[in-house]
Design a protein around this ligand. Structure first.
Ligand code: CAA
Length: 240
């Protein structure tokens, strides 16, 4: 039986590239999305990948959503925690809601998805969890105390959960992408983005498939001895 993978935020940006690459590699893919019906429909029309709508920041919705995927496609072997949002602003302008939403979705989403799937992976003796962190979780970023804290939290979460899965064939790793050409990065004001790109040694934004390739590798059989690690894919912006 083919292995079943859920990609959260899997219909756009990095998530879309991951969904497509995992499908091409023979996995059965469920692409989760939060709300953009139009983009999700267009994604399915283009790729033939089934989509499932729920908010990863909602604990119960994650449990229900993962149950639905398991009923339709089979037990979940792989989770890619990719869904994330930004609410950028300097601290003095950042509201508690801006802080909370980013923590709830970006970091809470990883917890919620793991709660829904990790026990099954351990019981079946095989699993892969790949959490999408960020260079800004490693290095910090002006105007992103919420996002940097959540992404940094993802790196700690990864190392802790990896220890719980190791004996049971379940690996837990993170990817720390740099600035990738997606809707999220396009939202950064052009002059600010120009300055950031100017500091990337490779001299350009990343492309989503360049991140997806790393995710696919961490999901492979050959990556069974890699757990609790973070793979930086950032054009040399931050060498950790
Ligand atoms: N370091 C030091 N000072 C900085 C700075 C920096 N990196 N960036 C801006 N400043 C300074 C500015 O020069 C300015 O100073 P003056 O008032 O003396 O001129 C002051 O801070 C205010 O800057 P802005 O005019 O930009 O302030 P703003 O309130 O309009 O906007 C902001 C603030 C929303 C944070 C904006 O600067 C911004 O969008 N920054 C980019 C944040 C970013 O990189 N987000 C990444 C999103 S993509 C992502 O997160 C994906 C991923 O994982 C990589």
């Amino acid at each position: 039986m083919t292995k079943v993978a859920i990609v959260t935020g899997g219909t756009r940006g990095i998530g879309e590239a991951v969904s497509v690459m995992l499908k091409e590699l023979g996995f059965t893919v469920a692409a989760n999305y939060a709300g953009n019906e139009e983009r999700a429909q267009a994604f399915t029309d283009r790729t033939g990948i089934q989509t499932f709508r729920w908010n990863v920041g909602d604990h119960e919705a994650c449990l229900d959503g993962c149950n639905e995927v398991a009923e339709k496609l089979g037990p979940i072997d792989i989770v890619i925690n990719n869904a994330g949002i930004t609410r950028d602003g300097i601290l003095s302008k950042m509201s508690f809601d801006d802080w909370n939403e980013v923590m709830r979705i970006n970091l809470g989403g990883c917890f919620n998805m793991a709660k829904a799937t990790f026990a099954g992976m351990r019981e079946r003796g095989w699993g892969r969890i790949v959490n999408i962190g960020s260079v800004n979780g490693q290095a910090g970023q002006y105007g992103q105390v919420n996002y940097a804290a959540a992404k940094s939290g993802i790196h700690g979460f990864t190392k802790a959960l990896a220890q719980e899965g190791a004996k049971y064939g379940v690996t837990v790793n993170a990817i720390a992408p740099g600035y990738v050409d997606t809707d999220m990065v396009s939202a950064v004001p052009a002059p600010v983005l120009e300055k950031i790109v100017g500091k990337i040694p490779v001299g350009r934004l990343g492309q989503a498939p360049e991140i997806a390739r790393g995710v696919a590798f961490l999901c492979s059989e050959e990556a069974a001895f890699i757990t609790g690690s973070t793979l930086s894919i950032n054009g040399g912006q931050h060498m950790y």
